[in-house]
Design a protein around this ligand. Structure first.
Ligand code: 2P0
Length: 325
């Protein structure tokens, strides 16, 4: 009754932003991501008849409070499916992130937890079923079940059974790179869960955001198939800006960017003006990820490291999907 799994995080190029069902984690829109090899979580789940409650260690430290409760509720879903409701587990998770700068991701965490938890209880899931289960821990995590470019299909059913991710292309399809520029490790002021809820409920731009997704998705998938880097990068950058625009039009308004975030955005645009194709994308925080081609690795790294306030730059290639050991 013990299993270990490894999952990589992913960066959305078409963002998931807003839920239609908060409890089942069903999104308002499809999203599309690239799984990254530079950041991953390894999780071991061991069920034990002698335990009277779950215990959860993250990077060797016991976790309690909200984070612990979220893991326990998610394990409850797996226990229910295995009809082992009273069986408790020791969960040990290690985040392999090359810096302590707030890059730990719920995506790799819940994908590894779902795979290890299900395997430890002997549940045999297809990737699609595992993705739908993982989604219920954290939305973006359902995309980390697969490597390469991945689309999360929002689905239309009320029970969420048709809301899961599918692979668009395998990691070997196209060697593009993502540089993560690390800013100050300040805690997020508005967590993504709360931020998306406020945006759905109050943002003047939210309807237009949802309406803009199908065209972006069709165009970016065409760009991925043809390996048209400028097309993929420019759509990703525009989609990111639109997501952040919805937060500016929320009530009360909020923004995730810091001054260094803007400096990096300017540096990326300056690189393009100098003939280096590079595009940025930003999630629910100040850190910036930059898409570029392998031949521009040195130029991009140098430019990003020269921006005041950038503490580190971590490079990723397309990563693999979740694996069990
Ligand atoms: C994404 N983000 O597509 C978007 C872009 C942040 C900005 O998914 O509430 O941790 O657990 O489903 O997946 C972050 O939100 O939220 C996120 P929950 P999650 O990657």
């Amino acid at each position: 009754m013990k299993a270990t799994a490894k999952a990589h995080t992913n960066i959305a190029l078409i963002k998931y932003w807003g839920k239609r069902d908060e409890s089942l984690i069903l999104p308002m829109n499809n999203s599309l991501s690239l799984t990254l090899d530079g950041f991953y979580t390894e999780t071991t789940v061991e069920f034990d008849d002698d335990l009277t409650e779950d215990v959860f260690y993250l990077n060797d430290e016991a976790v309690s409070g909200g984070e612990y409760n979220r893991v326990v509720s998610f394990l409850d879903r797996i226990r229910k499916q295995a009809d082992k409701r009273r069986l408790h587990a020791e969960i040990r998770s290690v985040n392999h992130v090359p810096t302590a700068a707030g890059f730990a991701s719920s995506a790799s965490g819940f994908a590894a937890l779902a795979a290890a938890g299900a395997k430890a209880l002997g549940l045999q899931y297809s990737s699609q079923e595992l993705s739908a289960l993982t989604r219920q821990g954290s939305g973006s995590a359902c995309r980390s079940v697969y490597g390469g470019f991945v689309e999360w299909e929002k689905g239309t059913k009320a029970d969420g059974s048709d809301s899961y991710a599918v692979q668009v292309t395998a990691p070997g399809h196209w060697d593009i790179r993502v540089a993560a520029a690390v800013l100050s490790p300040d805690a997020k002021k508005v967590l993504s869960r709360e931020g998306m809820k406020r945006t759905v409920n109050t943002s003047l731009f939210y309807t237009r955001w949802v309406e803009s997704i199908p065209a972006d998705l069709a165009a970016i998938k065409d760009g991925i198939m043809r390996k048209d880097f400028e097309k993929v990068g420019s759509i990703a950058e525009a989609n990111c800006l639109r997501m952040h625009a919805t937060t500016l039009a929320a009530d009360p308004p909020f923004m995730y960017w810091q001054s260094t975030t803007l400096l990096i955005m300017e540096a990326v645009r300056a690189m393009r003006a100098d003939g280096v194709p590079a595009y940025f994308t930003i999630d629910a925080g100040p850190n910036v990820k930059v898409l570029y081609l392998p031949e521009d690795e040195e130029a991009v790294q140098q430019r990003l490291r020269s921006v005041p306030g950038v503490q580190d730059v971590i490079v990723s290639k397309p990563g693999q999907g979740v694996t069990c050991m």
